[in-house]
Design a protein around this ligand. Sequence first.
Ligand SMILES: [Zn+2]
Length: 310
Amino acid sequence: MIKNNLLTLSEILPVAQSRGFAVGSFSPRSTVMIQPVLHAAHNKRSPVIVQISQKELLKFQVTPQSFIAAFLAELEKISTEIPCVLHLDHTKDLAIIEAAIEAGFTSVMIDASEMNLEENIRISQKVVEYAHQFGVSVEAELGRIGATNLVETDSDEELFTRPDEALRFVKETNVDALAVSVGTAHGVYTVRQPKIDLPRLEAIRSMISIPLVLHGGSGVPAAMLHTAIELNAGGVSKINIATDLELAALEALQRQESILDAQWKTLPSEDLRKAQAAVEAVTEDKIVHFVLSENRAADYHDLLNRRKGI
Ligand SMILES: [Zn+2]
């Protein structure tokens, strides 16, 4: 069941990169939250990436198969023609990458960023070779993107992506998109303030031309993101947003503890709808005010027509 508007990162991101906007990569963290993410993108006529990571699959007890089934069912239901990507976020385990590709994900991320450069290149290369056989795009990570509750402000400089290494990494791995570490972090910014090292981002951009990815988008001030998106030679064109969606869902129910995929399905439908409405609202807000992709579905008109053979 191949959808014409289900794209890869190498199709969706270059358009954004050349036209000064980014595409939000949203983590619903539950199959029931795919619906509000797609609704938000549909309502705002925006391209969208829906993603789930290896850790999220385990933590929320979702399988690649159940995730894609829910995703395709929703696409069918709203019969939307917005450009979208189904992406496997941070994954270290090759078996999960293979399972996701087999299930029909159009994009995967290999995260070997905790390895040394040689090993990161070797592992990422292997995933690219495998995924490209199936027409699936690959994102990799260079440098290390920290977590807000673990990384000390004065030590995170060491984790930042080095422009010279980025050049070598991209040449040798042939990845389709690169997650860079330029100051943002995963999670909620309580310990330190988010900042984006723009000179570093510009230096990386001057070395490589593939789309750049910014992780840890939750909580970063919009103006800072816009500068990073709108760099002259093409700024970041994929921005990952995970934490803010789950926070919105939990807040709507006045809960603090994460909710497993199966638990969501046992909630009273009124509660579920309330949480979904909150996720839809926060996703719309990110599309309009953060990633600047409102009404940008139209930018993919020619690309989608070419795929249809029109
Ligand atoms: Zn990430």
